[in-house]
Design a protein around this ligand. Structure first.
Ligand code: DGL
Length: 266
């Protein structure tokens, strides 16, 4: 059965990282109604245990699906996807698109054969990432580094605040200081927050680094799964947050830039 044309696409992240996915989705489906959900009460996910992340994501997505009746949910967060995508797909009766570290396209791009991967602490230790490496980066070297401080830096940037440049320098050092690190020519941004600070990372890592993230691929997957469906935007798109706070007013201008003109607390 075709979905209600006003049914939204639900994009879910712990914070504002999923906006990097929303930007790509707007290019392909500008007419699609979107609800952007940020579990800012649970932010950051990257320093939590697998059980904590899985419980939050499955519980919240279940309740949000009931409340908002989306036609499709996207977990626009690598940490949540690499931990809980399978479980969420089992419990929700709608298509669920996840976010997978873009190791496959990075392996196709690298000339030196050395790929860097920046993610959260939780993401870089997942078997999901080991499997992607085995499947797509045979014969290449994948150097992983957990850069949880970049999450806060991206959040700050969208509030219009400057983050300490040392955060970017430390992320670059974390990759470069590992064996073969100086030969990295391609960096996977395996956290949806990180494309939002790509410029700063580019400065810290030096020239000629190519960055790869999953946002455009996720948008294509959503467009594919909804092809042939009608989209009617009845009211302006909005964001929902799981915690209230002064920072939400500071985020409002950036949210508006992504077409999210209002926000509510869930
Ligand atoms: N945006 C999330 C990701 O892609 C991580 C942010 C967090 O640590 O909550 O992994």
């Amino acid at each position: 059965m075709a979905p209600d044309p006003t049914a939204p696409i639900l994009l879910f992240d712990s914070g504002i990282g999923g906006l990097s996915v929303l930007a790509e989705l707007r290019k392909l489906l500008p007419q699609a109604p979107v609800i952007y959900a940020a579990d800012n009460r649970g932010l950051p996910y990257g320093t939590k245990t697998e059980a904590q992340v899985a419980a939050r994501v499955a519980g919240l997505l279940g309740r949000m699906t009931e409340r908002f009746g989306p036609r499709l949910a996207c977990i626009a967060c690598n940490t949540a996807s690499t931990i809980a995508l399978g479980m969420v797909r089992e419990v929700l009766e709608l298509p669920v698109v996840g976010t997978v570290p873009a190791i496959k396209p990075a392996a196709a791009l690298t000339h030196t054969g050395v790929i860097g991967l920046l993610g959260t602490s939780a993401t870089i230790r997942q078997a999901y990432v080991d499997n992607l490496e085995t499947e797509f980066a045979q014969g290449k070297r994948l150097i992983r580094h957990a850069a949880p401080d970049l999450v806060g830096a991206a959040e700050a940037r969208l509030r219009g605040e400057e983050a300490d440049p040392e955060i970017y320098a430390a992320a670059a050092r974390g990759l470069r200081a590992q064996p073969d690190g100086e030969r990295i020519d391609t960096v996977v941004l395996a956290c949806t927050h990180f494309p939002l600070v790509q410029e700063e990372l580019a400065k810290a890592l030096g020239p000629d680094i190519r960055f790869v993230d999953g946002a455009a691929g996720i948008a294509r997957r959503i467009a594919f799964l909804t092809q042939g469906q009608d989209f009617v935007r009845e009211k302006e798109d909005f964001a929902v947050f799981t915690a209230n706070g002064e920072d939400l007013a500071l985020l409002a201008p950036a949210l508006a830039g992504y077409g999210l003109t209002d926000h509510a607390i869930f």
